[in-house]
Design a protein around this ligand. Structure first.
Ligand SMILES: Cc1cc2nc3c(=O)[nH]c(=O)nc-3n(C[C@H](O)[C@H](O)[C@H](O)COP(=O)(O)O)c2cc1C
Length: 147
């Protein structure tokens, strides 16, 4: 059995439409199911939302990540899912977070917006560690996980 830890970082385009309340409500649903499923699969991570885009870091064992990501990729609430990194790592950065969340008002989200603008939305210019670094830096500001 492969007990090596991996980190997956992706970005995607938000497809949730409607007013702020509707979007907020849909993201709450995503967080709730993520926290439940990820706790069971021993996956940790963080989700960033900035009106037009999501970015997510997921940490766990190879097969657990793959199973989860196959589901996430098919979700119609986002599109254009682009994997920026899928790499081995020595230890988890978000061990106590089944899914930390940084909403549109957060500093992390503002930085994410800057990074996206600098890359002129060209994903080939984006690096997984840029996203990871923003989340890492702002971890203490994250909304508490309910699990
Ligand atoms: C941006 C985004 C991030 C998501 N992240 C996760 C996640 O980390 N874990 C998870 O189980 N589902 C996540 N989901 C939800 C999945 O796509 C899917 O709806 C869910 O896993 C289905 O769970 P269920 O089979 O228990 O109903 C995410 C969805 C979106 C749009």
């Amino acid at each position: 059995m492969n007990d090596q830890l991996y980190r997956l970082v992706y970005i995607s385009r938000n497809e949730i439409t409607g007013d702020d309340e509707t979007v907020h409500c849909e993201i709450e649903k995503i967080l709730s199911v993520s926290r439940k499923n990820n706790a069971i699969a021993n996956i940790s991570g963080a989700l960033l939302f900035n009106a037009g885009c999501f970015a997510q870091v997921l940490e766990g064992l190879h097969d657990d990540l793959q199973n989860s990501f196959e589901r996430i990729q098919c979700d119609s609430r986002h599109s254009n899912v682009i994997v920026l990194a899928f790499e081995k790592m020595a230890e988890r950065r978000f061990p106590s977070w089944s899914m930390a969340y940084f909403g549109a008002d957060s500093d992390a989200s503002a930085k994410f917006g800057d990074i996206m603008q600098q890359s002129e939305l060209d994903a080939s210019l984006l690096k997984g560690n840029q996203i990871f670094d923003v989340l890492n830096e702002h971890l203490l500001d994250a909304e508490p996980s309910s699990v």
